[in-house]
Design a protein around this ligand. Structure first.
Ligand code: GDP
Ligand code: IMO
Ligand code: MG
Length: 407
């Protein structure tokens, strides 16, 4: 069974928690897009851990974890994660592989992200993601496999000189990063680098359970998201095939991870955003601060129009609903069922949503959720299913792995 797990909205839906839960029964988990702009939080027996690059299947010792070709990798971020996992006794040798085709985030990408975003105001994570993907498309990127080729260090040093000169000339910017992080890549991660395609294909042919772990969310997709307030990779299910090397016909199901309310980090349109006290209450209750940058996440009611869009775009076959516990004890809960723009009603997501006015249905709230769902919680789920045309298969009622109900 091959399953894609994606975020339905603006990221941070709880994909890490759901992948960790599903990975209990998986042979392999592959990350296929984005880089360390992602922050996937897992509650391990040793405490909370945020993974930025390594797949969330790593806590199942039987599970092979792969960083696929579609990912962009900052070496230092990866070293830190490997160290953190080793420290809590998780061994990666023999079950963690990095695709030689993945691209490297270089110091000049970090500098450019900083420089360009401070002018454009997208509110990127400043992890160099956009500039790295730009160079990939421009066909001037450096790939992970290059680390193992002769002359890698000299190539990096030469490019560093050239890029430093360019940044000084064009932006009067001095790169302060030390190159050691990049130059020591061979020694630090050389043993994990390989051609991942044959490993993945063998697993596909053996009919194993494979999970493809998406980063970000549908509305951050480079083609279908709220452009230009998006990330630079494909976050919909189609991106999973591209970024892993698994052909589309092999995919059995697509799980959309949807948070019971909607959040967004960074700038860009957010029709159901709640400004003021209620938004703050949800932020506090849900702990809505970025797992990567610690920025406060903007909070709002569940946007059902975006949910429907995500389902159509990715062919979502079931939903994993997270953070239902956070909405407990509210008297009333709203779901946006369509948009009004200039006196016209939209049930689908139109091109221009800057001026979209959400139209809500209001439902009664519920008390604290333990391990059973109350009638009112079910009413909420039923409305979500009606709007999206998809069943909810998993409900998460807490950050821990066992706070999960299959319905
Ligand atoms: P991801 O990027 O989609 O993996 O999500 P993040 O890890 O960035 O953000 C989700 C946050 O919600 C993390 O702090 C999780 O530990 C937490 N979380 C996940 N599921 C639940 C849930 O059902 N209830 C509560 N209260 N927290 C959850
Ligand atoms: P996970 O996988 C939430 C947002 C940034 C910014 C925009 C572009 O944890 O859900 P980038 O650095 O990618 O060029 O920033 O995308 N963003 C995310 N928001 N969760 C994420 O990942 C995100 N990754 C990027 O905040 O608005
Ligand atoms: Mg996150």
């Amino acid at each position: 069974m091959i399953t894609i797990v994606i975020g339905t909205h603006f990221g941070d839906e709880g994909k890490g928690k759901i992948v960790d839960y599903l990975a209990r029964e998986c042979h392999m988990v592959v990350r296929y897009n984005g880089g360390n702009n992602a922050g996937h939080t897992i509650i391990t027996p040793q405490g909370k851990l945020v993974l930025h690059l390594i797949p969330a299947g790593i806590f199942n010792p039987e599970c092979i974890c792969i960083i696929g070709p579609g990912v962009v990798i900052r070496p230092g971020s990866l070293y830190a994660e490997i160290d953190a996992l080793n420290k809590i006794g998780i061994n990666l040798r023999g079950r963690f592989f990095i695709s030689s085709r993945a691209h490297l985030v270089m110091p000049w990408h970090l500098a450019l992200d900083e420089l360009l975003d401070s002018k454009r105001g997208i509110g990127t994570t400043r992890r160099g993601i956009g500039p790295t993907y730009s160079d990939k498309i421009e066909r001037i990127g450096i790939r992970v496999g290059d680390i193992l080729l002769p002359g890698f260090k000299e190539r990096v040093q030469k490019m560093f000189q050239e890029k430093s000169k360019f940044l000084k000339r064009e932006y009067n910017y001095l790169i302060t990063d030390e190159l050691d992080e990049w130059l020591s890549a061979g020694e630090k991660i050389g043993g994990y680098i390989t051609d991942t395609e044959p490993i993945i294909w063998k697993s596909v042919e053996s009919d194993n359970n494979i999970l493809l772990e998406g980063a970000q969310g549908t509305m951050l997709d480079i083609d279908y998201g709220s452009y230009p307030f998006v990330t630079s990779s494909s976050t919909t299910a189609s991106g999973a095939c591209l970024g892993s090397g698994i052909p589309p016909m092999k995919i059995d199901r697509v799980i959309g991870v949807v948070k019971a309310y909607t959040t967004r980090v960074g700038s860009g349109p957010f029709p159901t955003e709640i400004k003021g006290e209620l938004g703050e209450i949800i932020r506090k209750k849900g702990g809505e601060y970025g797992a990567t940058t610690n920025r406060p996440r903007r909070c709002g009611w569940l946007d059902g129009v975006i949910l429907g869009y995500a389902v159509k775009l990715s062919g979502i076959t079931s939903l994993a609903l997270t953070k239902l516990d956070v909405l407990s004890e509210f008297k009333e809960i709203k779901i946006c069922v369509n948009y009004r723009i200039n006196d016209k009603t939209y049930e689908y997501l139109p091109f221009y949503i800057e001026k979209a006015q959400p139209v809500y249905e209001t439902l009664p709230g519920w008390d604290m959720i333990e391990n059973t769902l109350s009638e009112n919680a079910y009413k909420y789920i039923t409305l979500m299913e009606k709007i999206s045309g998809t069943k909810v298969g998993i409900v998460s009622t807490g950050p821990e792995r066992d706070a999960t109900i299959e319905i």
